[in-house]
Ligand binder design. Sequence first.
Ligand code: TEU
Ligand code: CA
Length: 555
Amino acid sequence: MKKNWWKESIVYQIYPKSFNDSNGDGIGDIRGIIEKLDYLKELGVNVLWISPMLESPQDDNGYDISDYRRIYKDYGTMQDYEELLFQAHERGIKVLMDLVVNHTSDEHQWFLESKKSKDNPYRDYYIWKNPVNGKEPNNWGGAFGGSAWEYDNETQMYYLHLFSKKQPDLNWENEKVRQEVYDMMKFWCDKGIDGFRMDVINFISKWPSLPDGDPVVGKTLGFCGAEFYFYGPCLHAYLHEMNRNCFGRGDKEYVTVGECGGLGIETAKLTTADTRQELSMVFNFDHLDNPGHMRFDEYQYDLRKAVKTILKWQVEYTNHCWPTLLFENHDNPRVTSKVDPTDTYTSEIAKLCAVLEMTLKGSPFVYQGQELGMTNTHFDSMDDVRDVESINFYNKLVAKGKKPEKALRIINGGSRDHGRTPMQWTAEPGAGFTDGTPWIGINKNAVRVNAADEAKVPDSVLNDFKRLIALRHANPALVYGDFTQLCPENKNVVCYKRTLDGNTFFVELNLTGERQNRPYDPVGFQRLYSNYHDHRDVLMPFEANVYLAEGEAKA
Ligand code: TEU
Ligand code: CA
């Protein structure tokens, strides 16, 4: 197992619009992030992944970029960004850029040129097709509803957009496009960033013939046609070329993490193995939705299924690959609410997920507010909802005859906006996020779920996150140690060991909301952490314990 700085790092994801507003306009900004760097340092995080902050009309909150070399005006200036890099690096914190190059905004200069005429030099920067029998070129569906094709009257052709119609897909078969992307990436590397999170990077290679998708397969993969782009024929060639032309070329060791929904273990190995010169890591989301469900389905999220998937990667991902560990991001509701909508065991569940992230092999990713045990909010009306995906889905449900109140209930079940409510810094009005009117409503529970109050409570979710992060940093066995699951036949209680250089840690997790008998007796082990105070002969609901089984543990 090669040792790398990014394997020993805790990554914290910031959704800038909702993190901290320094100038009272209700929108988070770069100076607001700078104000919180000491908080992040004290939490123990080593790397920041900041969702896009480049110029954008904000149709998809920045995942629709209109200028790759300019900072979005409401977030600040290039000088602010350079100051953020400097201040973060001063604190030993690295910064990743969110690279969105499967598509641009339809307001990007390249697309404005491309749509002007069929012989425009930029025409082939995007994917244009003639109508087939007067209709869309194929049956691919867009992730935000409707067709993945938009008709353009000017040149009477369709252009492809796997996401919103304001996010036209770039044509990666065009070498000029690839060169533009690599030049842009080098521009930001030269600014001093430390790596990239790569947005839907496995979508960049499409099957050249763009064939019709199988609706049944599409339902499994999430979108009709996905089998012809989620793992396209040139994906590895493009990633290897990008590696050799950008982040893999010099002496500095960058980290790259590809958002690769749909890649399984074997295809992920080919994308991240340290012999492949492609990416460092990938996100796989199989554990974030229970099989056969999508985010908006009304279902109780079963941690047992999620953890089963996570542990499969612990065992099968080999020593040439390195997992990512995450439970939340800006595209998902809060994990605590998915597991326990009654908010009965919120802090126990938040801490149990923290134990998993901090004691398994892989790089832990903590999403803003996860360290506080932030939960879903409630959208009383669609006026409270901001996400293009949720709005389009609501309109589709109502257009299909769903009663508005039923459609709103479905949106409340899975909207990405649950993860985008403002960070809860204090109990004051504005939650310490803003002195102005926030761009999206603040969760009412900020009066009791907030960083300032939790800092004063010894066993708060915040302080337990700090404690677990410190435990991981102090004990290499929790990073590089061998993983062994014990009593794998027990589906309700997961037990595993991590061993390195004579030090062995033992972890037991009750993944259910009921009391469970212990499948493995930790007799003689020293308990280092628990999300419950007293120690019973049964495991309490969502109880999570970390022990030292042999050797020594540093605090
Ligand atoms: O997400 C792609 C993605 O997999 C999810 O957005 C999912 O496909 C979608 O929510 C439908 O279920 C990335 C970004 O994380 C997301 O915020 C962007 O909206 C999307 O790409 C387009 O850039
Ligand atoms: Ca602001």
